[in-house]
Design a protein. Sequence first.
Length: 347
Amino acid sequence: MPRVLAPVEVGLGESAALGPGLLTDRFGRVHRDLRISLTDKCNLRCTYCMPEQGMPWIARDKQLSVEEMARIAGIAVAHGVTEIRLTGGEPLLHRDVVDITRRLASLPGAPEVSMTTNGVHLVKLAGPLRDAGLTRLNISLDTVDRDRFRQLTRRDQFDAVLQGLDAADEAGFTGTKLNSVLLRGVNDDEAPALMEFAHGRGYEPRFIEQMPLDAGHTWSRDTMVTADEIFAALTDQHTLTPVPHRGAAPAQRWYVDGTSAMVGIIASVTRPFCGACDRIRLTSDGQLRNCLFQRGESDLRALVRAGGSDQDIAHALGVSIEQKLPGHGVNDPGFIQPERGMSAIGG
Ligand code: SAM
Ligand code: SF4
């Protein structure tokens, strides 16, 4: 009998009162944003994300098929999800990424389909993805220095990323965001340079506080570069004016030097924004997570493969959202890092 493993068991045939409240949790948060991890594999090894070796990869037979993924996403969209973000691991490594994008973008309800990528394979895929209906890109780049890139990602792919950025622009993507994680003593002097690089290309830079989600469990509060430090580094050379109306967005944003160019800081650890969270996550092996830091997962793959109806799957979605905690708890004394890292959960 398939089950939603945690926190509540749900079996086949259990009916639920489905309705407009399905995506609303006990704290009134409405979940509109579904992040789907296409794969846990990656062609880089960013030091803050994955160890060089020894990753326990998800077995092939446990990975969702394109049909299974599209079915779960379709049920979520039918109940009110409006945005789907494809992520990973590195989503461009999935051999069917263009097909998946097309299928999700053409779901009834027409969700917006965007992607977070390291950009290495955009050279060949930016055009096809745009044609398939991908609306926007978040591209991760932590340094504008080639040697540092190699140190930080353990791969010599800086030029491929730059070519990928060009390909994305040529394919017609707009509203591109450049995500950067700053590491103490490695690239923490680069906030202004990364911002200028992003603005020079018409992108919005966003700095993400390093979270305790590395697969090697080596995160330390002492080495994390805080939002306050990033803000200080930027305001040392620039004037930042707050952008009003943050909504459910994880980034706090500012206008730069009185222009319309913006910069964002995602202070997940020092200024959690869980109170407005609208995100749920589906891993590439079909586990639903209501929070990056959730300790349990809901096994939608088992439900689907045992012949679960759309209503069973919707019910499992509702149960997971219903059980979502008010906050991630990273700053609580008893916090325990989740078993799986960011690359397996989907960032
Ligand atoms: N491989 C793609 C990429 O790098 O954009 C998508 C997946 S990656 C896990 C998504 C985002 O999570 C990236 O911007 C990455 O920098 C960020 N990330 C990874 N590990 C992190 C951590 N421990 N703390 C904060 N951000 C992290
Ligand atoms: Fe790969 Fe993205 Fe993790 Fe870097 S941050 S190792 S690119 S999944």
